[in-house]
Design a protein around this ligand. Structure first.
Ligand code: HEC
Length: 110
């Protein structure tokens, strides 16, 4: 084989592998994650609660609990702070608990 032929073949092989790599990137770009929306009930403290709770997980975690007592919601909020380091200030706990209880509350004393 002539030297130029070898060079041309090598260049052709390089180009083929480059375009294969490009194709792979295209495929990865095409993957779309489904967006699951769990709407929150409108109410006092909704936006504040949304900002504090939705940064780590969806609102589905709250909906899954079903209607609960105020004591239950307070415990959950405090668990999020103590166990998972949720950045919620002490003075904001009441507002979040009030929102949760008013909209996802079970009417029992607590
Ligand atoms: C710093 C991250 C973080 C924040 C902020 C956060 N959570 Fe969580 N939450 C978690 C993790 C981690 C879990 C456990 C996930 C698992 O077990 O799959 C969880 C689980 C839950 C669960 C399921 C029950 C349980 O006890 O595990 C509920 C209910 C919940 N969170 C409510 C809330 C509410 C309400 C807020 C806002 C006040 C909130 N979370 C904010 C991290 C967070």
């Amino acid at each position: 084989m002539k030297k130029t032929t070898v060079l041309a073949l090598t260049a052709a092989m390089l180009l083929t592998s480059l375009s294969a790599a490009e194709k792979k990137v295209e495929v990865q770009k095409g993957i779309k994650m489904p967006y699951m929306e769990f709407p929150m009930k409108q109410g006092k403290g909704m936006y504040s609660t949304k900002g504090k709770c939705n940064m780590c997980h969806s609102w589905g975690y709250v909906l899954n609990q079903g209607p609960q007592s105020k004591a239950f919601w307070r415990k959950k909020v405090i668990k999020m702070i103590d166990v998972f380091q949720a950045p919620i200030r002490n003075e904001d706990i009441d507002e979040v608990v009030e929102y949760l209880y008013a909209n996802y509350g079970k009417r029992v004393k607590g």
